[in-house]
Design a protein around this ligand. Structure first.
Ligand SMILES: [Mg+2]
Length: 231
């Protein structure tokens, strides 16, 4: 049978790290770039990629981006993220309906689940593992693949084809995300976007961007399942 490919964004769509992700990026900036977080402009993380954000941090700190230093930044960020995700002050959560939706999708053989996220692959794993939901996703495209979100889609698609042993036409692919950049990324891939207003952008601001569907959240499992199963 032909299955649909669902490509999930992480932050603002599946979960909220309660600021742990952004804080860990700033920790790494202080450690690797020798700059105070107070001297940096606010991070704009919605729909961004870690590679893009890190390059901008180098620029904001007036430092030259070179691959080895970027790698050192990645390592520092991931170490800080691991720490913050398991610190007693951690204030993150899975977003409404996510657990129930993933359980329903798991019991349904019509879908293949992957990721399309700006997180570094290892950062994505750490965040999903924190909530015990990493096993739902076969593979995906990540923030290590490209600096711009639209360029990550093809990586996600190719890896999911390899992992699932099935090819997917654009009509069979649904990107699920919380920002205008997720909608644009879906369009770049020729796919549909199910946009959810659980991140920084409200229902009104996501409407009118030609998403296939906009929902306030993923809390109505049966309704979401019916939408995903429809044509
Ligand atoms: Mg997001």
């Amino acid at each position: 049978m032909t299955r649909k490919l669902l490509l999930f964004d992480i932050d603002g769509t599946l979960l909220d790290t309660g600021g742990a992700g952004g804080a860990s990026l700033l920790d790494a900036a202080e450690e690797v770039l020798q700059v105070s977080r107070d001297d940096l402009p606010p991070l704009d993380l919605a729909g961004a990629t870690d590679a893009g954000v890190i390059k901008k941090l180098f620029n904001d700190a007036k430092q030259t981006w070179v691959a080895e230093r970027a790698q050192a930044f990645h390592m520092a960020y991931l170490a800080r993220l691991r720490h913050r995700l398991h610190d007693e002050s951690f204030d993150g959560r899975l977003l409404d309906g996510v657990e129930s939706l993933l359980a329903s999708l798991r019991g349904h053989d019509g879908f293949v689940l992957g990721l399309l996220t700006g997180n570094l692959r290892r950062g994505a794993e750490l965040k999903l593992q924190r909530f015990g939901i990493d096993h739902h996703f076969m593979d995906g495209g990540f923030g290590d693949d490209a600096e711009h979100r639209n360029d990550i889609g093809p990586f996600a698609l190719q890896r999911m084809i390899a992992a699932s042993g099935q090819t997917f036409t654009p009509e069979q692919v649904i990107v699920i995300g919380d920002t205008p950049k997720d909608i644009a990324c879906a369009h770049a891939l020729g796919a549909r976007c199910l946009a959810v207003a659980t991140g920084k952008f409200g229902y009104a601001s996501l409407s009118g961007l030609e998403a296939w569907t906009v929902l306030n959240d993923l809390s109505q499992t049966e309704r979401v399942m019916a939408l995903l199963q429809g044509h």
